[in-house]
Each structure stands twice: as C-alpha cells, then as structure tokens.
Design a protein around this ligand. Structure first.
Ligand SMILES: [Mg+2]
Length: 456
C-alpha cells in the first residue's frame, strides 16, 4: 500500500527545489518496511563534464532523499568510475540518510576515461557481496542504478548480463546525449521501465517512482519468505523435477504475551515491562491477516486482558498497553500457562506459527513443567523474558531449547529496550524454522495425495 508524500529534499536543498515540486505530487512511499540494497554506479569520466556531473549529484540527492534509509530497510552504496572504479561507500557504510546526502553534495568528480564494463564487474565483485552489506541471501531486492553518458571504452554486455543473471535489477540512466543502445545493453528489460534519460526532468520522477513502486510491490509480498529447501529431497519441486527450489510463505503469527503481575515484580519493573511490551508490539505488523497479539496478566490467577486479534488496529493496541493495571498477589505461572493454551491458542489460526512470550521473574507458586510441556506438545514456541531476580530452573522448564535462543535476561531498563529488536528477530527465526518443518511435512502429504490421484 502506498501513499503520497512531499520530499524532504525540497526543504533541505534549495537548488533542486524545482525537481521536487514536481516529484512531491507523484512519489509514492511505502507505508510498510521496504527493504532493498541499491548501489549506484556513477560515470565520472571526462566526457561527462563538470556541469553535468553537478546534475548527477543533484539527481542522486533527490533520489536518495526519497528512500527510507536504515540498516534494516533501504541500504545505499555508491561507486564512481572512469578508467577504473572507485568505491565511494558500501551498502553497510552509512546507517543514516543525512550522512549519505552530505556525501553526495560533495561527491568528488573523478574524470578520466570510461570503462563501464569494469565498473559493472566491480559492482558485482565488491558491492553486491555480503561483506559489503548486501542482503541478497535474505532475499532483499538487489538493485543497481547506472548513470552514464553511454559511451564506454570497454565491453559492458557480459558484465551487465552477469549482474542480471545474479538477480540484480539494473536501471540505466543516460546523462547528456546518452547512447541509448548502450544503455539497453546494460539495463534489465522491459526498457521502458529501466532505461531513462536525465536530460528531461520527468526522468527523475520515472526512475524514483519505478524503484519505489518495486519496493512497495516487494512490501506487498511482504511477509512472504522464500524458503530454501536445500537437502530436503522430499520437497515437491525437486521430486517433480520442476527445478523449484523454494516456496513462498506468508508472514503470519499469533503471539500471546503472558505477563507476571505479582508482588515480586514491583511497581518500577512493572512500568518497564509495560514500556517493553509497547515497544515490542510496535515493531510488529499488526493486522487481522498478519500478526495478531493477545495479552494475559497473571498473579494468583490469570487475567484475560484481550484475546488474539481483539485489537486489529495497532494504535488501539498500543494504547491498551498504557492502561493495563498492575494486579499484585502471588504468582501461579503454571495455571497461567494452562490458561493461554486453553483460552488463547485454542483460538489461534491453523497453519500460522503460535508463539508465547512469558515475562516473569521466575518465582512461581505452582509447578510449571507440565503446563509448559503441554504448550510445546501443541506446537507453541515459548520465549521467556526474565526480569529481576529469577528462579532460573523454572524458566528453563518453560522456554523452548536451546536456552540461548529462547530465554532472555533483562535485568535493567536498558536491557529491556535492547531486547525489543532481538526478540522480534528471534521470533522470526523460530517461525522460519517451524514453517520449514511444516512445509516439508505438508509436501509429503501433498505427494501422497497426488500419488493417490495418479497425478504423478
Ligand atoms: Mg566518458
């Protein structure tokens, strides 16, 4: 889903005001987290000329302004080339967009000959690699934007082809009177979406819109994780010989938060837990068909705060965390674990991962082993966040194994805050592992069905 925004470049860089008045009416920005690795390959040869090189700087500034740059969102890298290529910065060099914009403003002009092929090869070997910050392995879209006057002294085609074969999408932007035939040798097809000329300012809009559209499209598919099915000979694609080596699944979770509200927590810690819950939930994609969250507090007995999916709107949900009451009393964690199994996970969606996150100091009045075991038997993945002094033995019994993956210690406010991202990431990994097993299981079932129907 996209909405329209004004560009911040308009405010910060008067010089390109003109582009952005134009852009501001057209540029869609993804509302969800959009991820991409974008590397610019900039022609800095003598044929460009100082005046046009300034136009390239302005163009880059404008384009980068429109991306949501962050280590877990859009990463930007840059190479300038003439006779030889030069790394300006790699994908993992800057975490902050302003630093990139500052760099672009004073991007030094290299001058010299034009070996575009060598530049493309350099991108492939030195930038679209993990060490430089590429997230290709995590299926993040890989995008190269080549800006040149289209007059190269060396061969471009074999290197461009190699990039494209590696799944890197290439946009070719012609500056000055660019040789369009050469741009087409570089770019991904269809050319009307990937080849542009910067001689007309409309091109700025075209290229930004296309890249952002691509990111939004990726986002719409968001949550679909590509599972590599390596080493699983049972997997359908391989067995059918279709060459399918991965499957897409949707990013859906049912998460139940179980919060210790007993005396031993204390007022100060309880307030920290509230803040932690809020921050954690804020990182999730709360929607009825995506991530659903339920909340239970407990002391002597469980308190049903809200059921899975009761709050479909994130803003309402976050407000709810501000208003939860500290109940006090002794803690019966075992009863509470039974409660979420019987009253929450029984209403969870089938075929989405079921995750419990238990936040407690680990001092329980009743036995936790059996209730925890029952949850696991039912396929619930249980994380434990330990606050304050804890009975670590009980916590081990509750959390899934291995403990370093599923048991977190948070003895201070600082640590709780750090935990937010960590836990979100771990929950994703757990989800991934679980789904992989389920998928292969499902495929076996599907195989049997196909066999019984004489289809294969
Ligand atoms: Mg040149």
């Amino acid at each position: 889903m996209c909405y329209f925004t004004t560009s911040e470049a308009m405010l910060t860089f008067g010089k390109i005001h003109y582009y952005n008045v134009y852009l501001s009416f057209f540029l869609p920005v993804c509302t969800q987290e959009a991820m991409a690795d974008i590397v610019f390959l900039v022609d800095g040869s003598a044929s460009i000329g100082l005046k046009n090189f300034q136009q390239i700087r302005d163009f880059l500034f404008s384009l980068v302004s429109n991306f949501d740059v962050a280590p877990n969102k859009v990463r930007i890298g840059m190479v300038q080339y003439s006779d030889t290529p030069r790394t300006e910065f790699t994908l993992n060099r800057y975490e902050d967009k302003q630093e990139i914009l500052d760099y672009i403003k004073r991007l030094p002009y290299k001058t010299g000959g034009t070996n575009t092929g060598m530049g493309l090869e350099f991108l492939l070997k030195n930038h679209f690699v993990e060490e430089a910050g590429s997230r290709a392995k995590q299926q993040v879209p890989q995008i190269a934007v080549v800006i040149t006057d289209g007059d190269s002294q060396d061969e471009v085609e074999p290197f461009a082809q190699e990039l494209r074969q590696k799944g890197i999408k290439i946009y070719a932007i012609g500056i000055k009177d660019a040789d369009e035939a050469l741009l087409k040798k570089i770019a991904t097809q269809p050319y009307d979406q990937h080849v542009y000329s910067v001689s007309d300012f409309a091109a700025l809009q075209g290229i930004s819109q296309n890249i952002i559209h691509e990111l939004c499209t990726t986002v719409e598919k968001e949550g679909e994780i590509i599972l590599p099915l390596q080493g699983k000979s049972s997997c359908l694609g391989q067995m059918l010989g279709t060459g399918i080596t991965c499957l897409r699944i949707r990013n859906q979770n049912d998460i139940v938060l179980l919060v210790d509200s007993s005396d031993t927590i204390g007022d100060a810690n309880f307030a920290e837990i509230q803040r932690f819950l809020r921050a954690f939930v804020d990182t999730l994609d709360i929607r009825p068909d995506k991530v659903r969250v339920g909340l239970v507090q407990y002391s002597d007995k469980p308190y049903q705060e809200f059921l899975l999916g009761e709050y479909a709107d994130k803003a309402d949900l976050l407000k709810k965390f501000d208003n939860i009451r500290y109940h006090k009393g002794s803690a019966n964690t075992g009863i509470a674990l039974d409660f979420i199994r019987e009253n929450y996970f029984n209403q969870a969606r089938k075929n989405v991962p079921h995750i419990a996150i238990v936040i407690t100091d680990g001092v329980s009045g009743d036995a936790v082993e059996e209730p925890a075991q029952k949850l696991r038997m039912q396929g619930v993945i249980t994380f434990v966040v330990k606050t304050g002094g804890a009975n670590i033995v009980q916590l081990h019994a509750i959390a899934n194994s291995p403990q370093e993956e599923f048991l977190f210690s948070a003895d201070s406010h600082q640590k709780l805050q750090e935990l937010v991202e960590n836990l979100r990431r771990k929950a994703c990994i757990a989800f991934f592992t679980l789904r992989q097993d389920m998928l292969c299981y499902d495929e076996k079932m599907l195989m049997l069905r196909l066999l019984s129907l004489n289809i294969i």
